[in-house]
Design a protein around this ligand. Sequence first.
Ligand code: PBG
Length: 324
Amino acid sequence: MELKKRPRRLRANETIRKMVRENHVRVEDLIYPMFVMPGEKKKVPVSSMPGVYNFSLDEFVLALQEVVELGVPSILLFGIPESKDRVGSGAYDENGIVQQAVRLAKKHFPQLYVITDICLCEYTDHGHCGVVENGQILNDPTLDLLARTAVTHAQAGADMVAPSDMMDGRVGAIRERLDQEGFAHIPIMSYAAKYASGFYGPFREAAGSAPQFGDRRTYQMDPPNGNEAMLETRLDLEEGADLILVKPGLSYGDIIYRTKQEFKVPVAVYNVSGEYAMVKAAAANGWIDEKRIVMEALVGMKRAGADLLITYHALDVARWLKEE
Ligand code: PBG
């Protein structure tokens, strides 16, 4: 047999495999989502997401210690407010739960890069991401509230804001208001391609943000669509987005790939709550090797074109990377 090409030569042992490895998950890629709530000495487990908690602010600061020690550079913050109302006023309250958490995080860990999620659904009593009238989710009246939310986050010290509501024109509205208020230097990571996904179920338990009527299909994207994601991304970039987020991760490898190929901007991928819950459930049953599965899923996102990985596995991944 005279084979000229033998790809197996470069797979012979771990040393050479490592030398020719094309993609890597690095601790610098990781963004760790965290949930803050009012109260004291509270660390409430999210039942469908083992290892994920709702933290009161004192416990949040303690938890950040570990994030920083593990070298995870960044967190993405979500808030569970004291009370919810029709217009989600807790979202843009200067002393809202996220605003307080940002101030504390930046005071104790100035180097930690704090990103805040901009949305109303955790703060509205109807659980929708926009203003509701007669059962309709209104687009334009929502923009002002999102822009106000972004400004209060920036005032509290957020390093970056990440609108996840999927209203049309919100990136432009937020960019304009941030610039007016002296925050031209704060980048926007837009959830540009955010699908109406079944994979957000456990998050809605964590944030208590399930819609009280209907669903999110009139604003989040229809899962079968790919070209539409390119349209959303183009619009968000035109409106001033600095980074693009694709969400969920696992079932949307083509969208990650296309976004990177077409726009060549930094792409973040959100490895969402349902993806995390599935891995955790199978691992708890001894059906899969958790570390292998998580690393394979995350490096798959990198291979598709992701630069940043938003994942509830971030602390475990940082630990595994350290062990190596
Ligand atoms: C808020 C928001 C959601 C997620 C991130 N921001 C929930 C939703 O759109 O219903 C989901 C994150 C996850 O599932 O991990 N709009």
